[in-house]
Design a protein around this ligand. Structure first.
Ligand code: NAP
Length: 292
């Protein structure tokens, strides 16, 4: 079965494209240049050319701060285009795996969010992703929406790469200690998606469609995560700065972020047997790749 991956140039898209897939799947990675999901025509011609059995949408507008100033751009990709993909899947009778975010929540809870907790995004990016989820649900029954959090990898833009870069330029780095999330490696998300894809394409049981949370454990502040990054990077002789713990209010940002966005991942464990990995294990591999 052919698996069309949109947004294959991003962190999760690359991880999925490079992963070892179960036998029987033929992965077709498409970058934005090859399949632009904001173009109905581009989606249609990709479907005609590839005839996939499933689409995995890794394409998104992920510049959270920029989205505050360019809400239309964020909505075009995260909401409208998600709808175009879902409609195209409905028209072709194929399922869609779509990725969403912990930022659909406002972060006012203080225990992990479940899939049934009400969403209330605190910023434009979160709103655009929530609207994207709603479009997918409205257009296509055969969908899986995976909400994840704090994605990192050896590719693209992410917190790990930013920290390592800043450490080369500065002796001190200020990192917020009052936003708790679950950093998650793109490779671990890819593994989860591969397991889900195998399950939904082989099972006759339609009870698995819907929304699932998947992230690593344990929840951590960005300060904790930075400390772990430099703990590992220091062992590889990478420069280690002095880390200064600050409150979000002290950090200049145009964007309100949820103070707490840990996700409860028991539903995905129950339905698909997927356990939460430890982010520290995956971080070790990413630091090794980036500093080795
Ligand atoms: N990054 C995080 O911390 C995080 C946290 C929670 C959830 N998520 C979600 O996880 C998913 C994957 O995130 P990621 O970190 O892998 O994102 P990423 O690295 O920013 O990759 C997104 C990819 O989407 C592509 N793209 C943008 N517009 C497109 C379009 N119109 N058509 C086709 N491709 C397009 C981008 O191409 P260009 O490079 O050409 O722009 C990029 O390759 C997204 O749904 C995101 O919302 C991410």
């Amino acid at each position: 079965m052919k698996v069309l991956i949109t947004g294959a140039g991003g962190q999760v898209g690359r991880a999925l494209s490079m992963a070892v897939w179960t036998k029987g799947f033929d992965v077709v990675p498409r970058s934005r240049q090859e399949t632009d999901i904001t173009s109905i025509r581009s989606i249609a011609s990709s479907l005609d050319a590839i005839t996939p059995g499933i689409i995995i949408n890794c394409a998104a507008y992920t510049a959270v701060d920029q989205a505050q100033h360019s809400p239309e751009q964020a909505r075009t990709v995260n909401c409208n285009a998600a709808g175009y993909l879902a409609k195209a899947c409905a028209g072709s009778g194929i399922p869609l795996v779509h990725i969403s975010t912990d930022y659909v929540f406002d972060g006012k809870k203080n225990s992990p969010y479940t899939e049934t907790d009400p969403a209330a995004p605190a910023n434009v990016y979160g709103e655009s992703k929530l609207e994207g989820e709603e479009r997918v649900r409205a257009c296509l029954g055969a969908h899986i929406i995976i909400r994840t959090s704090g994605v990192f990898s050896g590719d693209g833009n992410n917190f790990v790469k930013t920290m390592l870069k800043l450490a080369v330029q500065h002796r001190e780095i200020r990192v917020v200690n009052d936003q708790i999330c679950c950093p998650t490696a793109a490779g671990d998300i890819a593994e989860a998606i591969i397991r889900i894809t195998s399950a939904i394409t082989s099972s006759q049981n339609a009870g698995h469609w819907g929304t699932y949370h998947f992230c690593s454990k344990p929840p951590a502040t960005w300060f904790d995560f930075a400390a772990a990054i430099f703990g590992l990077a220091g062992k590889k002789n990478h420069p280690v700065p002095k880390l200064i713990s600050i409150r979000s209010a002290e950090y200049p940002s145009p964007t309100q972020r949820p103070p707490y966005s840990a996700l409860d991942c028991s539903k995905i464990a129950q339905q698909f047997g997927i356990d939460q990995p430890y982010w520290l294990d995956s971080l070790g591999q990413v630091i090794e790749a980036l500093t080795g």
